[in-house]
Design a protein around this ligand. Structure first.
Ligand code: ADP
Ligand code: MG
Length: 707
């Protein structure tokens, strides 16, 4: 008598090592090369990827409604076996396919319109689950084109029925049922091997389920509460791991020795005395925070957040002057050349009376001008250097860099600052952003920064009257603009960029400018500025507009950031429906900068999507940048809000950045405690945590040194 032949190994053994989590999905039972390719489209390559691909929602199939108790108007799940399939009669192609189902209590009909192939899908005797709304048709209750799942005869019905079932994001060619079966297999085979990144004591203290249980509960929950408990565990874990990485990075920076910048403050005192206005209370408070940072021997690492027009620039100038007075060089980095030039102009006006001449470094500079600017930076004769991010990052040599101010406007990310530091001089860094990020997100994105907020606009700022109009009002709008021009005011007319064809944008903007000049405002000078102009031409146009020689400036979105022309009182935005909220807010912020009442007109045409309507309405409803940012988040969701990866927004498995703010703050506190106790994450109970953290953040947070 021999032993029965060994069963071939077709599914993971119970003893599967944790490293099997990295096994390719292709080798999991039920996944061949073809399905593996589909899964890959969803970004799922390994068992671990699949475990971490959480359902997008759940369907409660615990109690299937008996057919005879179905009520019209109810939405729910019913299940039964196929009893009969009736294709539409010949010659009536618009009639539905009728499928009759039977359960213990009676019969029920599903109708599908325009999907004749479904006649081949349903087979008598098959078990099927339907999900949809019950309606009345021909005096009987039916479901019209409900979602459905055919359950394989050989499959464990308990995966798909009689429980709360997960519903996953799919891709074309992949359906819910096999996806759910796969996840069930993976959860059963691997969930208990998933390492638990959260240390046991912390997990117990916070009452969080262990990783294995949480994976099981998030995919196949016994109750919706259990699913939510599991979700919160993963949200906490993701936040915790990120905050840990940020805390470690911050700690590493804190041991670097920086410069002590603590001069008496004579230059700042003179600057402030000469300002034509008083600083706002917020500006004074923020300045104290920055000044204290500069004076400490640890490199400053601070985010200055302030809505458009809140007066960040003057605060930056105060910091720059303080560095100079202490004998250091300081740089001011802007995202675009125009902005760098404008910063230069602002700086000149403010500090030349103090005997300091800032130097400009842009890639538009050529020959002698360029080499002399670089030489001045290198030798230290230029104490303040203004330039674009790109240029300064390219490696300008500086003699004794003490402070870098980075005007990010509305770009984000923890990465961009690295290169400033890499210059080896550990300068103080002040990052300025005009996008009012909700606090939750600020902590997420900049958890390693200190945060200063300019939460007060300078006085005498009037509300910018904002209106949303259709094409029919164009004539009236032009009349209105003409009256404003007649009072010696100036106007912006912004045309959107259409990504695909730069050339056609240009044509649209050019034609608009010509049309306005010859037909609409013949008595006024109309200028044009766009992204493809050379920088000298751009500068000349901007200068002419600032000087009031140009009355109407037609622009593509290049004017979006930072431009300051107080006499401009009208912002007319063409195709406003094509702009995002953040952009609209920035554009509107170009007006209302002087004492006169300003106007923003959003011209939108064509059929508008719901989203577009909500954006335009939000603009009319509020001018508060924080409210606008939050509305934007709500309308688009955090992923879109910040664009893709390059935005710097970390990706989370289950977090909702709008509603999980509390968890984020708690995770941050816990992370600080851990780092305090075990800064190298060397304790055995932190091993899994250390691995999880490095796996996710080593590169993005440049944490190689603890790895
Ligand atoms: P932003 O924060 O958008 O960069 P700016 O620094 O460009 O804002 O300031 C916007 C305008 O407000 C500028 O013209 C600036 O001179 C002016 N400003 C700044 N601070 C004050 C203040 N305390 N009182 C009045 N005007 C101010
Ligand atoms: Mg600014």
């Amino acid at each position: 008598m021999g032993n029965p032949p060994a069963e071939p190994r077709v599914h993971p053994e119970p003893e599967a090592a944790a490293s099997d989590l990295d096994a390719s999905l292709q080798y999991v039972k039920g996944v061949g090369p073809q399905r593996a390719r589909l899964l890959e489209r969803l970004g799922l390559r390994t068992v671990r990827d699949a475990l971490n691909a959480f359902p997008r929602e759940y369907q409660d199939r615990r109690g299937l409604t008996a057919f005879h108790t179905l009520r019209v108007g109810a939405v729910g799940v019913v299940g039964g076996t196929v009893f009969g399939v009736a294709s539409p009669p010949r010659g009536r192609p618009r009639a539905p396919l009728q499928v009759t189902f039977r359960d213990g209590s009676g019969y029920f009909t599903g109708l599908w319109f325009g999907q004749p192939y479904l006649a081949q899908v349903f087979k008598r005797g098959q078990r099927v689950v339907l999900y949809g709304k019950v309606t009345m048709r021909d005096r009987r209750p039916v479901m019209q084109s409900p979602d459905f799942e055919v359950l394989d005869a050989d499959e464990l019905l308990s995966i798909h029925m009689g429980r709360i079932v997960p519903v996953y994001p799919l891709t074309e060619g992949l359906t819910q049922r096999p996806m759910r079966s796969l996840l069930h297999r993976i959860v059963e085979g691997f969930a208990r091997h998933a390492p638990d990144a959260i240390p046991d004591d912390l997990r117990h203290r916070r009452g969080l389920p262990p990783a294995g249980d949480a994976y099981r509960a998030i995919h196949f929950p016994e109750s919706l509460e259990a699913a939510e408990t599991a979700r919160r565990r993963f949200v906490f874990e993701d936040f915790f791991v990120l905050q840990l990485g940020l805390a470690l990075r911050r700690r590493r920076q804190a041991v670097e020795t920086g410069h002590v910048i603590a001069p008496p403050g004579a230059l700042v005192a003179r600057l402030v005395a000469d300002l034509p206005f008083d600083l706002t209370a917020a500006q004074r408070r923020v300045w104290q925070e920055i000044r204290a940072d500069l004076a400490r021997p640890v490199p400053m690492n601070r985010l200055l957040q302030g809505d458009v027009g809140s007066g960040k620039t003057i605060v930056a100038v105060m910091a720059l002057l303080t560095a100079v007075e202490a004998g250091y060089q300081a740089v001011l980095m802007a995202p675009t050349e125009i902005l760098a030039e404008q910063h230069l102009a602002t700086l000149r006006a403010a500090i030349q009376p103090l005997g300091i001449t800032p130097a400009l470094l842009t890639s538009g500079q050529k020959g002698r001008e360029r080499s002399s600017a670089r030489a001045a930076a290198r030798s230290g004769t230029a104490s303040i250097v203004v330039g674009t991010h790109a240029l300064i990052q390219e490696g300008v040599e500086l003699q004794r860099l003490g402070l870098a101010v980075v005007d990010e406007q509305h770009r984000f990310g923890v990465l961009q600052r690295a290169s400033v530091r890499a210059k080896g001089q550990h300068p103080d860094v002040l990052v300025m952003t005009a996008t009012p990020i909700p606090r939750t997100l600020a902590l997420t994105l900049y958890g390693d920064l200190d945060l200063s907020v300019l939460d007060e606009l300078p006085p005498r700022r009037q509300r910018i009257a904002t209106a949303w109009r259709g094409e029919a009002k164009r004539g009236e709008i032009y009349d209105f603009v003409r009256r404003q021009l007649g009072q010696a005011r100036q106007a912006y007319v912004v045309c959107p960029l259409i990504e695909e064809t730069e050339a056609s944008d240009l044509r649209a903007a050019t034609e608009m400018a010509e049309h306005l000049a010859s037909d609409v405002f013949p008595k006024h000078r109309v200028g044009l500025i766009h992204g493809r102009m050379g920088f000298e031409a751009k500068e000349a146009t901007m200068r002419a507009f600032k000087a009031g020689e140009i009355a109407v400036l037609v622009a593509t979105t290049v004017i979006e950031v930072g431009i300051d022309v107080p006499n401009a009182t009208v912002m007319l935005i063409e195709h406003a429906e094509r702009f995002g909220l953040a952009q609209l807010h920035q554009l509107r912020g170009r007006v209302g900068r002087g004492a006169d009442r300003s106007h923003c007109i959003l011209l939108a045409s064509g059929p508008l999507s719901d989203e577009a309507r909500r954006r335009l309405q939000t603009m009319c409803d509020t001018q508060d940048g924080f409210r606008i940012a939050e509305a934007d988040l709500e309308i688009r969701g955090p992923g879109e809000f910040f664009g893709t990866r390059q935005s710097g927004l970390p990706e989370f498995r289950a977090a909702n950045l709008l509603s999980d703010g509390r968890l984020l703050e708690e995770a941050r506190r816990e992370a600080l405690i851990v780092v305090e106790r075990d800064p190298g994450l060397q304790l055995p109970e932190h091993r899994a945590l250390r691995e999880a953290m490095l796996a996710r953040w080593r590169e993005r947070l440049e944490l190689a040194s603890i790895g």
